[in-house]
Write a protein that binds this ligand. Structure first.
Ligand code: ADP
Length: 476
């Protein structure tokens, strides 16, 4: 089997803040099925160290940005891991990227440059007797890896950079060029410089052999000024190397037939029971309208401020909302306030994996009103569980939901509702449409069944990654 090193700052079931962790955790299993063994390099945050049994040390460094560090092998949950143990960088209370209040760690440039340095060493020197054919880097945290690799004279694996979300660049002040060991002549507009700062993501996009992002539509959007966050020109110039490969979901964890959070409800009766329980759990009264859920980070990207404005369109017609999310404090406060003032709205502020399963299982519809969405996962969970997605027309939401229209209804292929542009008025109209369609039972059932038939696993995408790896792997 050919070998690939995946470099990531999060990975389920060890540490997760968003969809990147789901993808990093699911890819190794999917790639094994298509002939690629994937090992994952991850920082040794406290929650990672608590969950792994550290094995052999494969690399060490006496002074990696101010302290001793080593890479150890570990395995578990079907993953083969390399964990970067560097207590001076990772052993601290709080979150992977910041303190408990969410404020970024000031030494994030060093923390993730350390990850990239060790990734580049594994790529060029190997770890023990293991040498990768490909190094696959995820987001800015892994972005400096291809640049460090280009500076080494050893083995040269093929490099892939995947953009999960271009909104995060991984900026560092230019004064850190020397400290981070970056080549000074690379600090140019064609290199890793971005408005007089270091951009780790840009380094990854310039120095990798191939670039991917997580849906075909997002790949096209990224080449436009509205979405490219200043990197659209660079991505246009590399358009021949950029491909959008849709994320799948872990269809074993998200399987309505075996989900431990709910009784098997693949039948309409099962869905009714899950819904009754969900209403009870959220303290919502019985109503004839659709029960809608949101499971999301609360951030500007996710467009949930639009939902707050559009809520009357739903609740005044008997629809209900149950929300689970955390993040932006102002949004948390506004949703708590909406819940307190309307009996058809209920909100849980927090992060709760098990509850997210019960919500997606029990709801009639799942709302994803994002302003931009590289791929999005919750609409895919919804499709699998017969929970109709109501989504914005952007990124991966375009590629995964077939919107209701006279034509798609006639052809019996629709799976959800889409709105455009990303405004509260357009969302309000979509919510009214959801209420109307929900009242039309045969149509609603058709949407549910079409969605449940859609393939949302990793198979097709794993094959696409494999063919990309083949293109850039060194010859055998
Ligand atoms: P992003 O990565 O931008 O946050 P995605 O839709 O790609 O968005 O992935 C988000 C993942 O995090 C999904 O698996 C979703 O179920 C999960 N998630 C988000 N917020 C919560 C929450 N409050 N509780 C449980 N799971 C959550």
């Amino acid at each position: 089997m050919r070998q690939v090193l995946s470099v990531t700052s999060e990975c389920i079931p060890l540490v997760k803040t968003g969809g990147l962790a789901d993808v990093a955790g699911a890819l190794p299993g999917a790639m094994r099925d298509v002939g690629w063994e994937m090992k994952t390099l991850l920082p040794g945050y406290p929650e990672v160290m608590a969950k792994i049994k550290a094995g052999k040390t494969v690399l060490s460094d006496k002074n990696l940005f101010g302290g001793a560090a080593k890479v150890v092998e570990a395995s578990g949950s079907g993953l083969k891991l390399f964990v970067l143990v560097a207590p001076h960088l990772y052993e601290r209370d709080g979150l992977p990227y910041g303190d408990a209040s969410g404020k970024d760690w000031p030494d994030n440039p060093e923390r993730f440059a350390a990850l990239c340095k060790m990734a580049a060493r594994i790529g060029s020197e190997g770890a023990g007797d293991w040498l990768p054919d490909i190094v696959h880097c995820h987001d800015w945290q892994a972005g400096l890896t291809p640049l460090y690799l280009s500076q080494s004279s050893g083995h040269r694996p093929g490099t892939i950079m995947t953009i999960h979300n271009i909104a995060f660049h991984g900026f560092a002040p230019k004064e850190k060029i020397g400290l981070l060991g970056l080549p000074r002549d690379g600090f140019t507009q064609d290199g890793y410089e971005y408005w007089d700062q270091i951009s780790a993501l840009k380094a990854g996009l310039v120095w990798s052999d191939k670039l991917t992002t997580v849906s075909p539509t997002y790949a096209k959007e990224l080449m436009r000024a509205e979405f490219g966050m200043g990197l659209d020109g660079l991505l246009q110039s590399r358009s021949n190397d950029l491909v959008g490969i849709l994320n799948g979901i872990d269809d074993k964890t998200w399987d309505p037939a075996t989900d431990p959070e709910i009784a098997n409800y693949k039948t309409p009766r099962g869905k009714r029971t899950a819904k009754t329980r969900l209403r009870r759990e959220f303290g919502l009264p019985v109503s004839d309208g659709p029960l809608c859920v949101v499971v999301s980070r609360l951030s500007h990207q996710k467009g949930l401020d639009l939902l707050l404005e559009a809520l009357p369109a739903l609740v005044d017609r008997g629809g209900q909302l149950a929300l689970l999310g955390s993040g932006d404090k102002e949004l948390e406060r506004r949703f708590a306030e909406a819940a307190a003032s309307h009996k058809f709205v209920s909100a849980r502020i927090g992060y709760d994996e098990a509850l997210s399963h019960r919500m997606i299982a029990g709801a009639d519809a799942i709302l994803v009103p994002s302003r931009f969405e590289p791929c999005g996962l919750t609409q895919l969970y919804g499709l699998r569980y017969g929970t109709v997605p109501v989504v914005a027309y952007t990124g991966g939401l375009v590629d995964t939901v077939i919107p209701v229209s006279p034509m798609t209804l006639r052809g019996k292929v629709a799976t959800g509702i889409q709105f455009h542009p990303a405004t509260s008025d357009a969302l309000a109209r979509a919510l009214m449409q959801a209420v109307d369609l929900f009242a039309d039972k045969p149509v609603w059932e058709m949407l549910q069944k079409n969605g449940m038939r859609q393939t949302v696993g990793w198979q097709a995408s794993a094959a696409e990654y494999a063919s990309l790896y083949e293109k850039v792997a060194p010859a055998l």
